[in-house]
Write a protein that binds this ligand. Structure first.
Ligand code: AHR
Length: 501
């Protein structure tokens, strides 16, 4: 058995958890919108055409924030096409995904869905094919009460009250040459700054997310951040980073070790933000928005066979296996371990498209990755304690020292709970985890949830949706502050301690 230790101190608090770290993402892509959240002829659909089964799972998942409408899609999107009477909305070619967008769902429908889902919008602006005037129009359509052309247009469309959207993305992945309207760092920094200025002139309390890099291995990473922030530091509240993982070569130890790279990515991006802060002698601190993160590779081959210019095809429909859930759990822990600077994160995406929730015409079900996100978003609220991890390590292709243990502890003072999140990455050995919890001697273990499966490649499907599901009853105890737990080989664990009454 491997032995590992974590160490926490009640008074050594890293940060409050910003609930927006439990965000997700709906793009007009594949079957995310159409057949995912909206399908008027489906049996669970409500009067607005929203699927009730999807809504139920989204609510259960406790998603705080949903980014919309893209993604690559936003960089050639005209938001005006998606508002007003449905019958007069034009069909458009979406060059990002080479499909036809019918515009049956647009801004107002999305806002109505958000309300029903109990989530907040994070609205993305097209800075690929469009510019300042379009952004200004969109802002007024969304947020101005009345008495301007755009506000009055919204009212004419039947939406009297302004939405007062506070969180906005200034474009998407503008560092990528695949992006429509891709720009150099300087060009993007300039337009982001100008649009940001317009938005903050309208409402200084706007929170703006500026595009950082679309991946750790982009050869512009670091320098992109520096140049963009040199232009747009003052209007930027969050720097966006994206990260996707794959296990193409079936090297699971390396795959699970990707959390080390996420860690490097976060630390480096924070350094880039703080470098510009220093150069500018700025008082302001820029935090991170990891507004796309997930495993994405299972669907790449089948997507090559999609017929061009069709409508909402099965696109990016990764079927997630058990090892994917372990990595998502490890990544969630890594984000929480940086909760002092990571304030927003969006699991990309939410429904059907690289998503925790899948739908068919007959029902909706939970993929494997649903569970670690669910556990974190429901039990990982409160304060993150600085969690020192002492664990044996292993060597793999991306690092010569990947800790077998990923772990973080979150305290919720109101609920008087302490939650230990932990992944044992060893494929062969169980792990004995210990922690000195004398400051919490009057807390008892009330739950130990485990997600485990003997087959790393096991999946949940519509016919067999409960193949990979968590169970209670993991082995752990807190004897007067002497905390011990046994973590099964390759397992995700959530151990909840509650103050004794
Ligand atoms: O989430 C899928 C795509 O990944 C998004 O559209 C894009 O931003 C990223 O490259």
């Amino acid at each position: 058995m491997i032995k590992a230790r974590i160490s926490v101190d009640k008074y050594n608090i890293l940060s409050d958890v910003d609930p927006r770290i439990y965000g997700s993402f709906i793009e007009h892509l594949g079957r995310a919108v159409y057949e995912g959240i909206y399908q008027p002829d489906q049996k669970s659909a409500d009067e607005e055409g929203f699927r009730g089964d999807t809504l139920e799972l989204v609510r259960e998942l406790n998603v705080s924030t949903v980014r919309y409408p893209g993604g690559n899609f936003v960089s050639n999107y005209k938001w005006e096409d998606g508002v007003g009477p449905r019958e007069s909305r034009p069909k458009q070619l979406d060059y990002a995904w080479k499909v036809v967008e019918t515009n049956e769902v647009g801004l107002n429908e999305f806002m109505s869905w958000c309300k029903k889902a109990g989530t907040e919008p994070m609205m993305a602006i097209n800075l690929g094919t469009r510019g300042i005037q379009d952004a200004k129009n969109l802002l007024e359509y969304c947020n101005h009460p009345s008495g301007s052309a755009m506000a009055d247009l919204r009212i004419k469309h039947g939406y009297k009250d302004p939405y007062n959207i506070k969180l906005w993305c200034l474009g998407n992945e503008m560092d990528g040459q695949w992006q429509m309207g891709h720009k150099t760092a300087y060009e993007y920094g300039r337009i982001a700054n100008e649009v940001g200025n317009v938005m903050k002139t309208y409402d200084p309390s706007m929170e703006l997310v500026t595009c950082g890099s679309s991946g750790y291995y982009r050869n512009t990473f670091g320098e992109w951040e520096r140049q963009v922030l040199m232009e747009a530091y003052d209007v930027t509240d969050y720097l966006a980073l994206h990260m996707y993982w794959k296990n193409f070569d079936n090297d699971t130890p390396r795959f699970l070790g990707e959390t080390v790279e996420l860690e490097n990515y976060l630390v480096s991006a924070i350094a880039a933000c703080d470098y510009v802060k220093a150069v500018k002698r700025s008082k302001k601190k820029i935090n991170l928005s990891i507004d796309e993160w997930n495993v994405w590779y299972h669907s790449k081959e089948q997507d090559k066979r999609i017929e061009e210019w069709c409508r909402h095809p099965h696109q990016l429909e990764d079927i997630y296996n058990f090892e994917d859930a372990l990595l998502i759990g490890g990544a969630m822990i890594t984000l929480l371990r940086h909760a002092d600077r990571v304030k927003i994160a969006c699991l990309a995406q939410l429904v059907n498209v690289i998503a925790p929730i899948m739908t068919s015409d007959t029902g909706a079900w939970r993929q494997t990755i649903y569970y670690p996100f669910l556990h974190a978003s429901t039990m990982g609220r409160g304060k993150v304690l600085h969690t020192v991890v002492m664990s044996p390590t292993y060597e793999c292709r991306i690092s010569d020292a990947v800790p077998y243990l990923d772990s973080v502890v979150v305290e919720n003072e109101e609920e008087e709970t302490l939650t230990v999140f932990a992944v044992n990455k060893s494929l062969d050995d169980s792990m004995e985890l210990v922690c000195d919890l004398r400051q919490y001697a009057d807390y008892a273990v009330t739950r130990h949830i485990v997600l485990e499966h003997e087959n790393l490649k096991a999946v949940n499907t519509e016919d067999n949706p409960y193949e990979v599901v968590p169970h209670e009853g993991g082995v752990s105890k807190n004897d007067n502050g002497d905390f011990t737990a046994v973590l099964q080989p390759h397992s995700w664990n959530v151990i909840r301690l509650t103050k004794k009454k």
